[in-house]
Design a protein around this ligand. Sequence first.
Ligand SMILES: *Cc1c(COP(=O)(O)O)cnc(C)c1O
Length: 236
Amino acid sequence: MSIASNVSAIRARMAGAAKAAGRDPGEIQLCAATKMNDADAVRQAIAAGVDCCGENRVQELVLKSSQNAYAGAPVHFIGHLQTNKVRQVVGHVDLIQSVDSAHLLQAINAEAGKQSLIQNVLLEVNIGREASKGGFAPEEILPFLEHIDEFRNIRVRGLMAIPPISHHSGENRKFFQEMLQLSVDITEKKYDNVSMDCLSMGMSDDFEDAIACGSTMIRVGTAIFGARDYVKLHQT
Ligand SMILES: *Cc1c(COP(=O)(O)O)cnc(C)c1O
């Protein structure tokens, strides 16, 4: 299957899931999770009409940016970001989806201040409360947002989550529903610097469930590009 035909098959499934949930398919964006795929594959995904690209690693973002791979589409950062690498990301991406700690948000805000810009971000929620994962605990989010206006150079545009690996279809719906409720609760609070435009959740294996539960952005890698070659990664 080609990247173009994979993207159109995903669009059709997105539309089906939206329709089944009584939602407008136009309110759900498709983010291509481009990790371990080269500039040529990224260009094919953009030509096929994905709404944006999401990179996980700073090194890949810098390399593919230098190859002009993202021309024609916004690029987002979706992986764990170390504070010592924020300079290579802030101002270079439209959205940092994976802000997983107050410490990282502070570093992003400081760098955005230096560059005199406002960086759009999503807060990553550890919705499965997994010890192995970063992100804000769901109950931390509201208290944290009470003080968000201290960060003058960021704007929170929504939430992102990577739920636990599931073994049965539908298993993650409870987490997706919890995320939707959290975003509704935040919207009601009307915090400064915060809008809930984006609820980023759902990947290759569960995006239809995520759409049923209110996702406005799915991040899809495998279903667009095929299985990632981890052997190749470790050789480079
Ligand atoms: C890789 C990745 C995805 C996409 O995963 P697939 O299962 O390949 O669709 C989505 N979000 C993040 C943060 C990722 O790292």
